[in-house]
Design a protein around this ligand. Structure first.
Ligand code: FAD
Length: 406
Protein backbone atom coordinates (compact mmCIF):
# COMPACT_ATOMS: atom_id res chain seq x y z
CA UNK A 1 0.00 0.00 0.00
CA UNK A 2 1.36 3.44 -0.84
CA UNK A 3 0.91 6.71 1.01
CA UNK A 4 0.19 10.15 -0.38
CA UNK A 5 0.73 13.07 1.96
CA UNK A 6 -0.84 16.38 1.00
CA UNK A 7 0.63 19.48 2.63
CA UNK A 8 -1.94 22.27 2.83
CA UNK A 9 -5.67 21.62 3.25
CA UNK A 10 -6.95 24.60 1.26
CA UNK A 11 -8.79 24.48 -2.05
CA UNK A 12 -6.06 22.64 -3.96
CA UNK A 13 -4.97 20.20 -1.23
CA UNK A 14 -8.51 19.19 -0.32
CA UNK A 15 -9.37 18.65 -3.99
CA UNK A 16 -6.29 16.49 -4.53
CA UNK A 17 -7.14 14.30 -1.54
CA UNK A 18 -10.80 13.95 -2.59
CA UNK A 19 -9.89 13.25 -6.22
CA UNK A 20 -7.44 10.52 -5.21
CA UNK A 21 -10.41 8.64 -3.79
CA UNK A 22 -12.62 9.52 -6.77
CA UNK A 23 -9.96 8.02 -9.01
CA UNK A 24 -9.88 4.81 -7.00
CA UNK A 25 -6.58 5.33 -5.16
CA UNK A 26 -6.79 2.89 -2.26
CA UNK A 27 -3.59 3.72 -0.37
CA UNK A 28 -3.24 5.94 2.67
CA UNK A 29 -4.13 9.64 2.19
CA UNK A 30 -2.98 12.14 4.80
CA UNK A 31 -4.12 15.77 4.44
CA UNK A 32 -2.19 18.17 6.67
CA UNK A 33 -3.21 21.79 7.17
CA UNK A 34 -2.12 24.40 9.68
CA UNK A 35 -5.33 26.45 9.82
CA UNK A 36 -7.81 25.58 12.56
CA UNK A 37 -11.13 23.91 11.72
CA UNK A 38 -12.43 22.19 8.63
CA UNK A 39 -11.05 22.95 5.15
CA UNK A 40 -12.83 25.99 3.71
CA UNK A 41 -12.98 28.11 0.57
CA UNK A 42 -11.72 31.68 0.46
CA UNK A 43 -13.92 33.46 -2.16
CA UNK A 44 -16.80 34.28 0.25
CA UNK A 45 -14.36 35.88 2.70
CA UNK A 46 -14.26 39.07 0.64
CA UNK A 47 -17.90 38.79 -0.51
CA UNK A 48 -20.96 37.26 1.17
CA UNK A 49 -19.18 36.11 4.35
CA UNK A 50 -17.71 39.58 4.85
CA UNK A 51 -21.05 41.36 4.62
CA UNK A 52 -22.77 38.70 6.73
CA UNK A 53 -25.15 37.48 4.02
CA UNK A 54 -23.52 34.02 4.15
CA UNK A 55 -22.67 32.09 7.29
CA UNK A 56 -19.81 29.71 7.99
CA UNK A 57 -21.74 26.79 6.48
CA UNK A 58 -21.07 28.39 3.06
CA UNK A 59 -17.32 28.25 3.68
CA UNK A 60 -16.71 24.57 4.30
CA UNK A 61 -15.53 22.57 1.31
CA UNK A 62 -16.80 19.23 2.64
CA UNK A 63 -18.87 18.13 5.66
CA UNK A 64 -16.80 16.52 8.43
CA UNK A 65 -18.28 13.06 7.76
CA UNK A 66 -16.66 13.17 4.33
CA UNK A 67 -13.19 12.63 5.75
CA UNK A 68 -14.15 9.57 7.74
CA UNK A 69 -16.15 8.10 4.89
CA UNK A 70 -13.38 8.71 2.37
CA UNK A 71 -10.70 7.49 4.76
CA UNK A 72 -8.75 10.71 4.42
CA UNK A 73 -6.72 11.45 7.56
CA UNK A 74 -7.18 15.15 8.23
CA UNK A 75 -4.33 16.38 10.41
CA UNK A 76 -4.14 19.82 11.97
CA UNK A 77 -0.50 20.84 12.13
CA UNK A 78 2.29 22.70 10.43
CA UNK A 79 4.73 20.78 8.30
CA UNK A 80 8.15 22.06 9.31
CA UNK A 81 10.33 19.84 7.14
CA UNK A 82 10.20 17.91 3.90
CA UNK A 83 12.85 15.20 4.15
CA UNK A 84 13.18 13.93 0.60
CA UNK A 85 16.08 11.55 1.35
CA UNK A 86 13.96 9.58 3.80
CA UNK A 87 10.64 10.38 2.09
CA UNK A 88 8.89 11.79 5.10
CA UNK A 89 7.35 15.05 6.22
CA UNK A 90 7.80 16.25 9.75
CA UNK A 91 5.38 18.44 11.69
CA UNK A 92 6.60 21.20 14.00
CA UNK A 93 5.70 18.95 16.96
CA UNK A 94 8.05 16.28 15.63
CA UNK A 95 5.40 13.87 14.27
CA UNK A 96 6.63 12.22 11.08
CA UNK A 97 4.59 10.96 8.14
CA UNK A 98 6.34 8.72 5.60
CA UNK A 99 5.24 9.16 2.00
CA UNK A 100 5.56 7.58 -1.40
CA UNK A 101 4.31 10.78 -3.00
CA UNK A 102 3.89 14.22 -1.46
CA UNK A 103 1.74 17.00 -2.89
CA UNK A 104 2.67 20.53 -1.87
CA UNK A 105 -0.47 22.69 -1.80
CA UNK A 106 0.84 25.36 0.53
CA UNK A 107 -0.87 28.32 -1.15
CA UNK A 108 0.29 31.88 -0.64
CA UNK A 109 0.41 34.56 2.02
CA UNK A 110 -0.34 38.25 1.82
CA UNK A 111 2.41 40.48 0.50
CA UNK A 112 3.30 42.97 3.23
CA UNK A 113 3.39 46.68 2.44
CA UNK A 114 6.91 47.82 3.31
CA UNK A 115 6.08 51.29 4.68
CA UNK A 116 6.43 52.82 8.14
CA UNK A 117 3.26 52.33 10.17
CA UNK A 118 2.17 49.14 8.43
CA UNK A 119 2.30 47.40 11.82
CA UNK A 120 -0.21 49.79 13.45
CA UNK A 121 -3.47 48.51 14.90
CA UNK A 122 -6.35 48.88 12.47
CA UNK A 123 -4.22 47.79 9.50
CA UNK A 124 -5.34 44.41 8.16
CA UNK A 125 -4.85 41.86 5.42
CA UNK A 126 -7.50 39.43 4.13
CA UNK A 127 -6.45 35.89 3.38
CA UNK A 128 -7.89 33.60 6.03
CA UNK A 129 -11.20 33.04 7.72
CA UNK A 130 -9.61 34.42 10.89
CA UNK A 131 -8.76 37.64 8.98
CA UNK A 132 -12.36 37.93 7.77
CA UNK A 133 -13.76 37.40 11.28
CA UNK A 134 -11.58 40.18 12.66
CA UNK A 135 -12.47 42.49 9.77
CA UNK A 136 -16.20 41.92 10.17
CA UNK A 137 -15.98 43.16 13.74
CA UNK A 138 -13.63 46.02 12.94
CA UNK A 139 -15.83 47.25 10.08
CA UNK A 140 -18.77 47.79 12.40
CA UNK A 141 -16.86 50.36 14.41
CA UNK A 142 -14.91 51.97 11.54
CA UNK A 143 -15.61 55.42 10.14
CA UNK A 144 -12.77 56.03 7.69
CA UNK A 145 -12.11 52.89 5.67
CA UNK A 146 -9.14 52.89 3.28
CA UNK A 147 -8.22 50.08 0.91
CA UNK A 148 -4.68 49.97 -0.43
CA UNK A 149 -4.67 48.13 -3.75
CA UNK A 150 -7.30 48.24 -6.48
CA UNK A 151 -7.12 44.53 -7.37
CA UNK A 152 -9.74 41.81 -6.89
CA UNK A 153 -9.49 41.53 -3.11
CA UNK A 154 -9.44 45.26 -2.40
CA UNK A 155 -12.36 45.98 -4.71
CA UNK A 156 -14.45 43.07 -3.45
CA UNK A 157 -13.82 44.27 0.07
CA UNK A 158 -14.88 47.80 -0.95
CA UNK A 159 -18.08 46.38 -2.51
CA UNK A 160 -19.05 44.39 0.57
CA UNK A 161 -17.77 46.65 3.36
CA UNK A 162 -21.18 48.26 3.80
CA UNK A 163 -19.50 51.65 4.29
CA UNK A 164 -17.98 54.35 2.11
CA UNK A 165 -14.44 53.34 1.20
CA UNK A 166 -11.43 55.12 -0.28
CA UNK A 167 -9.35 52.95 -2.61
CA UNK A 168 -5.70 53.93 -3.18
CA UNK A 169 -4.10 52.34 -6.24
CA UNK A 170 -0.56 52.97 -7.44
CA UNK A 171 -1.39 52.15 -11.09
CA UNK A 172 -3.41 54.61 -13.14
CA UNK A 173 -6.35 52.18 -13.36
CA UNK A 174 -8.11 49.50 -11.30
CA UNK A 175 -7.45 45.78 -11.89
CA UNK A 176 -4.41 46.75 -13.97
CA UNK A 177 -2.63 43.43 -13.42
CA UNK A 178 -5.57 41.25 -14.44
CA UNK A 179 -7.94 43.04 -16.82
CA UNK A 180 -8.16 45.16 -19.96
CA UNK A 181 -8.64 48.94 -19.94
CA UNK A 182 -12.31 48.50 -20.87
CA UNK A 183 -12.96 46.39 -17.77
CA UNK A 184 -10.96 48.75 -15.55
CA UNK A 185 -13.03 51.69 -16.77
CA UNK A 186 -16.31 49.86 -16.18
CA UNK A 187 -15.41 48.90 -12.62
CA UNK A 188 -14.08 52.38 -11.84
CA UNK A 189 -17.44 53.79 -12.91
CA UNK A 190 -19.37 51.22 -10.87
CA UNK A 191 -17.35 51.95 -7.75
CA UNK A 192 -17.57 55.69 -8.12
CA UNK A 193 -21.34 55.48 -8.63
CA UNK A 194 -21.54 53.52 -5.37
CA UNK A 195 -19.70 56.29 -3.54
CA UNK A 196 -16.22 54.78 -3.45
CA UNK A 197 -13.46 57.37 -3.70
CA UNK A 198 -10.76 56.20 -6.10
CA UNK A 199 -7.28 57.66 -5.76
CA UNK A 200 -5.46 56.26 -8.77
CA UNK A 201 -1.78 56.68 -9.57
CA UNK A 202 -1.06 57.15 -5.86
CA UNK A 203 1.33 55.12 -3.78
CA UNK A 204 1.35 54.93 -0.01
CA UNK A 205 4.52 56.11 1.71
CA UNK A 206 3.52 55.74 5.37
CA UNK A 207 0.71 55.17 7.82
CA UNK A 208 0.45 57.34 10.91
CA UNK A 209 -1.30 56.90 14.22
CA UNK A 210 -1.29 57.44 17.94
CA UNK A 211 -1.20 54.90 20.75
CA UNK A 212 -0.47 52.19 18.20
CA UNK A 213 -3.69 52.80 16.27
CA UNK A 214 -3.77 53.97 12.65
CA UNK A 215 -5.21 57.44 12.01
CA UNK A 216 -4.11 58.35 8.52
CA UNK A 217 -2.49 57.12 5.32
CA UNK A 218 0.15 59.28 3.65
CA UNK A 219 0.19 59.24 -0.15
CA UNK A 220 3.05 59.85 -2.57
CA UNK A 221 1.68 63.32 -3.36
CA UNK A 222 2.04 64.24 0.34
CA UNK A 223 -1.66 64.12 1.18
CA UNK A 224 -2.73 62.42 4.38
CA UNK A 225 -6.14 60.79 4.29
CA UNK A 226 -7.95 59.88 7.50
CA UNK A 227 -8.17 56.16 8.23
CA UNK A 228 -9.23 54.11 11.23
CA UNK A 229 -9.41 50.86 9.23
CA UNK A 230 -6.96 50.05 6.45
CA UNK A 231 -7.15 46.95 4.31
CA UNK A 232 -3.89 46.16 2.52
CA UNK A 233 -4.58 44.17 -0.65
CA UNK A 234 -1.38 44.36 -2.63
CA UNK A 235 -1.04 40.77 -3.76
CA UNK A 236 0.39 37.57 -2.37
CA UNK A 237 3.68 35.73 -2.11
CA UNK A 238 3.72 31.98 -2.81
CA UNK A 239 4.40 29.83 0.23
CA UNK A 240 7.57 28.04 -0.87
CA UNK A 241 9.69 27.74 2.29
CA UNK A 242 9.36 23.94 2.60
CA UNK A 243 10.24 23.35 -1.03
CA UNK A 244 13.16 25.75 -0.91
CA UNK A 245 14.60 24.25 2.27
CA UNK A 246 14.43 20.77 0.75
CA UNK A 247 16.38 21.88 -2.34
CA UNK A 248 13.55 21.96 -4.88
CA UNK A 249 13.61 24.51 -7.69
CA UNK A 250 11.75 27.69 -6.66
CA UNK A 251 11.23 30.76 -8.86
CA UNK A 252 8.07 32.76 -8.26
CA UNK A 253 6.56 29.59 -6.82
CA UNK A 254 7.56 25.95 -6.77
CA UNK A 255 8.64 25.09 -10.29
CA UNK A 256 6.79 22.12 -11.80
CA UNK A 257 6.60 20.50 -15.23
CA UNK A 258 3.46 19.86 -17.25
CA UNK A 259 2.70 16.80 -15.08
CA UNK A 260 2.89 19.18 -12.07
CA UNK A 261 5.95 17.32 -10.78
CA UNK A 262 8.75 19.27 -9.14
CA UNK A 263 12.37 18.44 -9.94
CA UNK A 264 11.75 15.39 -7.68
CA UNK A 265 9.10 13.18 -9.34
CA UNK A 266 7.92 12.01 -5.90
CA UNK A 267 6.92 15.60 -5.09
CA UNK A 268 4.17 17.57 -6.88
CA UNK A 269 3.08 21.15 -6.34
CA UNK A 270 -0.36 22.57 -7.13
CA UNK A 271 -2.48 25.69 -6.68
CA UNK A 272 -1.29 29.15 -5.69
CA UNK A 273 2.20 27.92 -4.78
CA UNK A 274 2.99 26.26 -8.13
CA UNK A 275 4.75 27.83 -11.11
CA UNK A 276 3.77 25.67 -14.09
CA UNK A 277 4.23 25.77 -17.88
CA UNK A 278 0.89 27.16 -19.03
CA UNK A 279 -0.28 26.50 -22.54
CA UNK A 280 -2.83 29.29 -22.24
CA UNK A 281 -0.50 31.88 -20.68
CA UNK A 282 2.10 30.92 -23.30
CA UNK A 283 4.80 30.83 -20.61
CA UNK A 284 5.55 29.49 -17.12
CA UNK A 285 3.11 31.08 -14.74
CA UNK A 286 1.57 30.99 -11.29
CA UNK A 287 -2.18 31.49 -11.03
CA UNK A 288 -4.25 32.40 -8.01
CA UNK A 289 -7.74 31.08 -8.59
CA UNK A 290 -10.17 28.43 -7.51
CA UNK A 291 -10.23 26.93 -11.02
CA UNK A 292 -6.46 26.53 -11.00
CA UNK A 293 -6.43 25.01 -7.52
CA UNK A 294 -9.28 22.60 -8.24
CA UNK A 295 -8.15 21.50 -11.70
CA UNK A 296 -4.55 20.99 -10.61
CA UNK A 297 -5.77 19.03 -7.57
CA UNK A 298 -7.84 16.76 -9.81
CA UNK A 299 -5.09 16.44 -12.32
CA UNK A 300 -2.31 15.52 -9.93
CA UNK A 301 -4.57 12.94 -8.27
CA UNK A 302 -5.33 11.36 -11.64
CA UNK A 303 -1.60 11.13 -12.34
CA UNK A 304 -0.92 9.37 -9.03
CA UNK A 305 -3.87 7.04 -9.65
CA UNK A 306 -2.31 5.98 -12.94
CA UNK A 307 -3.74 8.42 -15.49
CA UNK A 308 -0.88 10.89 -16.10
CA UNK A 309 -1.43 13.62 -18.72
CA UNK A 310 -0.05 17.09 -19.45
CA UNK A 311 -1.95 19.79 -17.57
CA UNK A 312 -3.77 22.03 -20.06
CA UNK A 313 -6.95 23.34 -18.37
CA UNK A 314 -8.31 26.66 -19.59
CA UNK A 315 -7.76 29.20 -16.80
CA UNK A 316 -10.81 31.12 -15.65
CA UNK A 317 -11.53 33.60 -12.89
CA UNK A 318 -14.46 35.50 -11.48
CA UNK A 319 -15.22 38.40 -9.21
CA UNK A 320 -18.48 39.86 -7.90
CA UNK A 321 -18.67 43.57 -7.30
CA UNK A 322 -21.71 45.84 -6.96
CA UNK A 323 -23.94 43.68 -9.16
CA UNK A 324 -21.23 43.16 -11.76
CA UNK A 325 -20.19 39.56 -12.19
CA UNK A 326 -16.95 39.57 -14.11
CA UNK A 327 -15.84 36.22 -15.52
CA UNK A 328 -12.54 35.88 -17.33
CA UNK A 329 -11.65 32.94 -19.57
CA UNK A 330 -8.03 32.60 -20.67
CA UNK A 331 -5.05 34.78 -19.85
CA UNK A 332 -5.37 38.21 -21.41
CA UNK A 333 -2.03 39.71 -20.45
CA UNK A 334 0.02 40.47 -23.53
CA UNK A 335 -2.92 41.09 -25.91
CA UNK A 336 -2.53 43.59 -28.74
CA UNK A 337 -6.17 44.09 -29.85
CA UNK A 338 -9.53 44.14 -28.09
CA UNK A 339 -13.10 44.05 -29.36
CA UNK A 340 -16.13 44.84 -27.23
CA UNK A 341 -19.32 42.85 -27.77
CA UNK A 342 -22.52 43.98 -26.02
CA UNK A 343 -23.22 47.25 -24.25
CA UNK A 344 -21.11 48.44 -21.30
CA UNK A 345 -23.71 51.13 -20.56
CA UNK A 346 -26.24 48.36 -19.87
CA UNK A 347 -23.75 46.56 -17.66
CA UNK A 348 -23.71 43.50 -19.95
CA UNK A 349 -20.78 43.12 -22.30
CA UNK A 350 -17.71 41.08 -23.15
CA UNK A 351 -14.21 42.18 -24.07
CA UNK A 352 -12.41 39.84 -26.44
CA UNK A 353 -8.59 40.05 -26.37
CA UNK A 354 -6.41 38.99 -29.27
CA UNK A 355 -2.69 38.48 -29.71
CA UNK A 356 -1.39 38.33 -33.28
CA UNK A 357 -4.95 37.92 -34.51
CA UNK A 358 -5.75 34.95 -32.24
CA UNK A 359 -8.25 35.00 -29.36
CA UNK A 360 -6.44 34.70 -26.00
CA UNK A 361 -9.02 35.80 -23.44
CA UNK A 362 -12.63 36.86 -22.96
CA UNK A 363 -13.79 39.03 -20.08
CA UNK A 364 -17.55 38.95 -19.61
CA UNK A 365 -19.58 41.23 -17.39
CA UNK A 366 -22.99 39.72 -16.59
CA UNK A 367 -22.81 37.59 -19.74
CA UNK A 368 -22.35 34.03 -18.52
CA UNK A 369 -23.16 32.55 -21.93
CA UNK A 370 -20.19 34.35 -23.48
CA UNK A 371 -18.00 33.13 -20.66
CA UNK A 372 -18.99 29.49 -21.05
CA UNK A 373 -18.64 29.68 -24.85
CA UNK A 374 -15.19 31.27 -24.46
CA UNK A 375 -14.03 28.50 -22.15
CA UNK A 376 -15.20 25.88 -24.59
CA UNK A 377 -13.63 27.69 -27.56
CA UNK A 378 -10.27 28.05 -25.81
CA UNK A 379 -10.40 24.42 -24.70
CA UNK A 380 -10.61 23.17 -28.29
CA UNK A 381 -6.94 24.06 -28.67
CA UNK A 382 -7.80 25.30 -32.16
CA UNK A 383 -6.83 28.98 -32.63
CA UNK A 384 -9.90 31.21 -32.95
CA UNK A 385 -9.06 34.18 -35.15
CA UNK A 386 -10.21 37.76 -35.17
CA UNK A 387 -11.44 37.32 -38.77
CA UNK A 388 -13.61 34.34 -37.87
CA UNK A 389 -15.15 36.13 -34.94
CA UNK A 390 -15.66 39.31 -36.92
CA UNK A 391 -17.54 37.22 -39.48
CA UNK A 392 -19.84 35.92 -36.74
CA UNK A 393 -20.41 39.43 -35.33
CA UNK A 394 -18.27 38.53 -32.31
CA UNK A 395 -21.04 36.19 -31.17
CA UNK A 396 -19.08 33.50 -29.32
CA UNK A 397 -21.99 31.14 -28.87
CA UNK A 398 -22.90 31.23 -32.56
CA UNK A 399 -19.29 30.78 -33.56
CA UNK A 400 -18.92 27.78 -31.25
CA UNK A 401 -22.13 26.31 -32.72
CA UNK A 402 -20.80 26.72 -36.26
CA UNK A 403 -17.62 24.88 -35.28
CA UNK A 404 -19.42 21.95 -33.69
CA UNK A 405 -21.82 21.73 -36.66
CA UNK A 406 -18.92 21.68 -39.13
C1 FAD B 1 -10.42 36.76 0.17
C2 FAD B 1 -10.17 35.95 -1.06
C3 FAD B 1 -11.12 35.91 -2.06
C4 FAD B 1 -10.90 35.16 -3.20
N1 FAD B 1 -11.85 35.15 -4.19
C5 FAD B 1 -11.65 34.39 -5.29
C6 FAD B 1 -12.63 34.34 -6.32
O1 FAD B 1 -13.67 35.00 -6.24
N2 FAD B 1 -12.39 33.55 -7.38
C7 FAD B 1 -11.25 32.81 -7.52
O2 FAD B 1 -11.06 32.09 -8.50
N3 FAD B 1 -10.30 32.86 -6.56
C8 FAD B 1 -10.47 33.63 -5.46
N4 FAD B 1 -9.50 33.68 -4.49
C9 FAD B 1 -8.26 32.90 -4.69
C10 FAD B 1 -8.44 31.46 -4.27
O3 FAD B 1 -9.11 31.36 -3.05
C11 FAD B 1 -7.06 30.80 -4.17
O4 FAD B 1 -6.47 30.84 -5.45
C12 FAD B 1 -7.16 29.37 -3.67
O5 FAD B 1 -7.61 29.36 -2.34
C13 FAD B 1 -5.81 28.69 -3.76
O6 FAD B 1 -5.89 27.44 -3.16
P1 FAD B 1 -4.58 26.74 -2.57
O7 FAD B 1 -5.05 25.47 -1.98
O8 FAD B 1 -3.53 26.74 -3.58
O9 FAD B 1 -4.08 27.74 -1.43
P2 FAD B 1 -4.77 28.08 -0.05
O10 FAD B 1 -6.24 28.13 -0.18
O11 FAD B 1 -4.07 29.29 0.44
O12 FAD B 1 -4.41 26.84 0.91
C14 FAD B 1 -3.11 26.59 1.34
C15 FAD B 1 -3.18 26.06 2.75
O13 FAD B 1 -1.92 25.49 3.10
C16 FAD B 1 -1.62 25.84 4.43
N5 FAD B 1 -0.18 25.68 4.63
C17 FAD B 1 0.83 26.42 4.10
N6 FAD B 1 2.02 25.96 4.51
C18 FAD B 1 1.77 24.89 5.31
C19 FAD B 1 2.59 24.01 6.05
N7 FAD B 1 3.92 24.10 6.04
N8 FAD B 1 2.00 23.03 6.79
C20 FAD B 1 0.65 22.91 6.81
N9 FAD B 1 -0.18 23.72 6.15
C21 FAD B 1 0.37 24.71 5.40
C22 FAD B 1 -2.12 27.28 4.50
O14 FAD B 1 -2.25 27.76 5.81
C23 FAD B 1 -3.44 27.15 3.78
O15 FAD B 1 -4.46 26.75 4.65
C24 FAD B 1 -9.69 34.43 -3.34
C25 FAD B 1 -8.72 34.48 -2.33
C26 FAD B 1 -8.95 35.23 -1.21
C27 FAD B 1 -7.90 35.30 -0.12
Amino acid sequence: MSTVVVVGSGQAGLQAAASLRDKGFDGRVVLIGDEPGMPYQRPPLSKAYLDGSAGEDRLFLRPDVFFERSEIELVNGRVARLDRDNRQVELSDGTKYPYDHVILATGARNRPLPVPGAELGGVYGLRTRADADVLRGALEAANDVVVIGGGFIGLEFASHAGKPVTVVEVQDRLLARVATHEISAHFAKAHESAGTILLLGQGVVAMHGTDGQVESVELTDGRRIPADLVLVGVGVIPETALAEASGLDVQNGIVVDDLLHTSDPAVSAIGDCANFPSLHARCATRLESVQNAVDQGRFVAAGIAGEPAAYDSVPWFWTDQLGNKLQIAGIGTGYDTTEVFGDPAEGKFSVLSFLDGVLVAVESVNRPVDHMSARRLLATGRPTTLEELRASGFNLKEHLKSLTAA
